[in-house]
Design a protein around this ligand. Structure first.
Ligand SMILES: [Zn+2]
Length: 499
């Protein structure tokens, strides 16, 4: 069974921002790590293009919804290479192949007896594209997420019998405590379910920008059903002439921010059960990166703009900061000053300097070759089991914790240089063996952390491994002692001072 990771599909009405980048990078780290381990990986992202907000925005601009969607989807498609995100496919829900698959699957849900026609009356948030239950309505009938007035809807809709899945969802949560990660989100979803499930609208009658309900063509599917199904429809047509469903379904990780928890942790498993699909292994719900605007920096001002960071500091720096500063899963503050601090002390000093010092010493004291001697047993001991530990953490999408374990070793290597002082050893010809051992140990430690850091910092780690003469990034090479000493080359500073 392959490893299948998804971002939510991004709603085309918004411009790409830090939140989108954050989710996409997190999925990319997981995907790249699994590829290192030799897993078959499928990484999906894309855009959600139907629904009222897109239709309304198009009308305001005097263009068709499809024209608007084409234009805005391109911005998200272009974002992925900018972030160095290695998605295998980009799905758009306006794709005819997606629409046909949605109709076929939903017809099955209908034929299995899970839908009925009824009168909907209640409160609706157009920004959430969501009908609100009593508990979700803020003061004066407002959306608790968007703080805008809800609209009163009164229409004949098709309904999905969500209530019929009460017992099955409770059993799912009881049997699989890691179905939703982290635990705090599991608890949130679980208590929503225990609160009693109500049936939900499946269609809208007065909209045309959507996927037509095949058994009642005056309706289109409510945008959430159409959108959620992208995770299974994409597998049917992502690769020409091949259906990847058997290879990759059920998904290993659906990753998303907490605002869409209910759809993924409650509606989605029920819909899959209704359609006869196996359930995903994990839904990982992350928190928000909150902007602390009081901590401004000289070069970045007071807003952490991902595009500005990429321009000035490179993509790797953005990827690193997001996952270093805030524990993946939790909410946390980010700021331009915090970014600059980590960039300077960690990327430039801890890691970038370690890399250039090591390469310089290998060139000066060892004829630009990693000496062929056994590394220091004590240092080897400090790295023992690190590869397994990182893999176990990333199997639970603990992206920040895994990075922390690796960084502890980056710092260990810096201490090692200070303890051993190779430049002193080099002054004494009688200590040449000692010097060779220190340099070999240092090179091997640097190589090991660099292979482990590859999913986080794909660009700079590739450059560094090439300079170390050890381009292998497979996970077997992530073990301390697995390297084969070779010739080392030149390397420009990995994390230079910004211009
Ligand atoms: Zn809302």
């Amino acid at each position: 069974m392959g490893f299948y990771v998804t971002t939510p599909i991004f709603y085309v009405n918004a411009a790409p921002h830090l939140g989108h980048a954050y989710t996409a990078i997190g999925c990319d780290i997981l995907a790249r790590h699994q590829r290192q381990r030799g897993e078959e990986v499928f990484f999906l992202t894309g855009t959600d293009e139907h629904g009222e907000p897109v239709a309304q925005a198009a009308e305001r601009e005097g263009v068709s919804p499809k024209e608007l969607a084409d234009r805005n989807a391109a911005r998200f498609q272009d974002l992925m290479p900018i972030l160095n995100v290695s998605n295998d496919f980009f799905i758009r829900t306006s794709d005819e192949r997606h629409k046909a698959a949605v109709q076929e699957i939903m017809q099955r849900v209908h034929d299995n007896g899970h839908v009925y026609k009824g009168l909907y009356e209640g409160w609706y948030c157009p920004r959430c594209a969501d009908f609100k239950t009593e508990a979700e309505i803020g003061p004066d009938d407002t959306c608790k997420i968007h703080l805008i007035a809800l609209t009163r809807e009164h229409e004949e809709n098709w309904f999905f019998r969500l209530s019929a899945f009460q017992e099955q969802l409770e059993a799912l949560y009881a049997d699989r405590p890691d179905f939703v990660l982290p635990r705090i989100r599991y608890n949130e979803a679980h208590s929503f379910i225990k609160g009693g499930l109500q049936d939900v609208s499946l269609s809208r009658a007065n909209l045309t920008w959507g996927v037509t309900v095949p058994w009642d063509t005056g309706h289109v599917f409510y945008v959430w059903f159409d959108a959620l199904l992208n995770y299974v429809t994409a597998l049917r047509f992502a690769r020409d002439g091949e259906d990847l469903t058997d290879a990759f379904w059920p998904a290993t990780f659906h990753v998303m921010a907490k605002d869409i928890l209910k759809f993924h942790c409650v509606f989605w498993p029920a819909l899959l059960l209704a359609a006869g699909y196996a359930l995903p292994k994990h839904v990982f719900v992350h928190g928000y990166l909150l902007m602390d605007e009081h901590k401004m920096s000289k070069s970045l001002g007071n807003v952490l703009d991902p595009f500005q960071i990429i321009d000035k500091f490179g993509t790797d720096a953005l990827r690193y900061y997001c996952y270093r500063e805030v524990s993946f899963g939790a909410d946390g503050n980010v700021s331009p000053a915090g970014f600059e601090e980590r960039y300077t002390t960690e990327l430039a000093n801890d890691y970038g300097n370690l890399a250039s010092r090591t390469l310089n010493m290998l060139r000066r004291y060892a004829d630009a070759r990693v000496p062929e001697v056994e590394p220091e047993p004590e240092l080897a001991g400090d790295f023992a089991g690190l590869d397994d530990e990182v893999a176990a953490l990333l199997d639970q999408a603990q992206v920040t914790q895994a990075l922390d374990r690796i960084w502890q070793r980056v710092r260990r290597l810096n201490r090692y240089v200070e303890e051993q002082q190779p430049w002193q050893l080099a002054k004494d010809p009688d200590r040449a063996d000692e010097l060779a051992r220190v340099l070999a140990s240092l090179a091997e430690g640097l190589r090991t952390v660099t292979v482990l850091l590859h999913p986080y910092l794909p660009e700079s780690t590739s450059k560094l491994l090439a300079a170390l003469g050890a381009p292998d990034i497979t996970y077997a090479s992530a073990r301390f002692g697995a390297g084969t000493p070779g010739a080392v080359g030149e390397l420009a500073p990995l994390f230079p001072k910004p211009q």
